[in-house]
Design a protein around this ligand. Structure first.
Ligand SMILES: Cc1ncc(COP(=O)(O)O)c(C=O)c1O
Length: 374
């Protein structure tokens, strides 16, 4: 059996009627950039989050650095995050011209460890960028407390956790802004690139709207800006998919529960930890080998069995060759948990349109590998 890592075409088939109808509506409207479909999707996205504003931008990376710039965070400023995330989290800080400060992650959830943030704060610190890694919210209550005490901005990198919540809070609710990626593989993905920022801050909304459009919100009138807009065709695809996002996240949770039940006896693996009361939306289902030297042979074992398992992310950002490429970077404390995560992680196939047979086949192969270890 072959088990793919993504189910893009299956998802398209399931939603083809709604997606095609929206695409046709855009194509026949004659308005493809900053048109009515973008406006409609932005309203739907803000409503979904229970927030006042949503601004569509070119991708999830731009969403982060545009937000930093809109808050005047740049050269001379420091931004705290953790290094076991997709590269773009730190890259966006560097694009804004600020210094990235890395602290360790929590050993269980792999999200930023809030207890490590305080020691990293200096007079230059302007913001914290927690990542809702793999689809589970970081501990926003603790992060918000630290941010308030030190008068810092919080920008949630929510590329991976759209629809997640922490029980008493939703993603986006306890921060200045949350950024989203719509690249195809995300829980809400378009057939290409896209991104957005959601916020309740009217000044941020207004600044982002100008920054993404050559510094302009009126024809021929400009200030400094960029071209980073979410096209209406992508907005149409996303609008069709947004209506099914919660159902898709429920299915991801269903497969995660099945994986965890099937793998609970494995002695050589650690399984994902869902914090009590949280809604993890399993953008990724990431397990870890107990020993780093087991990871690569285990990955090969799965790949040879036709299972497209991957790693997220096998090289922590501060361990990338050439780091930090002349950019501002600082590490505070040991990054033991993040480094262990990089060395031991394996992501099993995870998408709503998986079948029971596929999930059970993956479970059987993982269990087979586990039993063969001494
Ligand atoms: C945690 C995280 N941050 C930022 C990004 C950047 O998003 P994009 O690829 O849309 O630029 C991604 C995904 O790609 C991501 O997973």
């Amino acid at each position: 059996m072959k088990v793919e890592f993504y189910g893009h075409v299956r998802q398209y088939r399931n939603l083809q009627r709604q997606i095609d109808a929206n695409l046709q509506q855009v194509l026949l409207s004659g308005q493809y950039v900053m048109g009515p479909m973008l406006k409609r999707f932005e309203e739907e996205l803000a409503h979904y989050h229970g927030m006042k504003y949503a601004v569509g931008v070119g991708n999830g990376t731009d969403a982060i650095w545009l937000t930093l710039m809109a808050f005047d965070i740049g050269p001379g400023d420091e931004v705290i995050t953790h290094p076991n995330t997709f590269f773009a989290t730190a890259e966006a800080v560097w694009i804004a011209g600020a210094t990235v400060v890395f602290v360790d992650c929590d050993p269980k959830t792999k999200c930023i460890d809030p207890a490590k943030i305080e020691a990293a704060i200096t007079s230059k610190t302007k913001a914290i960028v927690p990542v809702h890694l793999y689809g589970q919210c970081a501990d926003m209550i603790a992060i918000r407390k630290t941010a308030d005490k030190n008068k810092l901005r919080v920008i949630e990198d929510n590329a991976q956790g759209i629809g997640a919540n922490g029980g008493s809070f939703k993603a986006g609710e306890l921060s200045d802004a949350a950024t989203i990626s719509f690249i195809i593989q995300k829980n809400l993905g378009t057939f290409g690139d896209g991104g957005a920022v959601v916020t309740n801050n009217p000044e941020l909304d207004a600044r982002l709207r100008k920054l993404r459009n050559h510094g302009s919100n009126a024809r021929n009138v400009h200030s400094f800006g960029f071209n980073s807009r979410l096209d209406d065709l992508h907005a149409g695809i996303l609008s069709a998919k947004l209506a099914r996002l919660d159902a898709g996240n429920d299915l991801r949770r269903h497969w995660a529960t099945r994986y965890s039940a099937g793998l609970k006896e494995c002695r050589n693996l650690d399984l994902p930890v869902e914090r009590s009361g949280y809604r993890h939306v399993f953008h990724l289902y990431v397990i870890e080998t107990k020993k780093p030297e087991q990871r690569d042979p285990f990955l090969k074992y799965l790949n040879d069995a036709g299972i497209d398992a991957k790693t997220h992310y096998s090289i922590a950002i501060h361990q990338q060759a050439g780091y930090p490429w002349g950019k501002g970077a600082r590490v505070v404390g040991p990054l033991t948990n993040a480094e262990r995560n990089a060395a031991c992680c394996i992501s099993l196939p995870m998408f709503p349109e998986l079948t029971t047979d596929e999930v059970d086949y993956v479970i059987a192969k993982v269990v087979e590998w586990d039993r063969a270890q001494s």
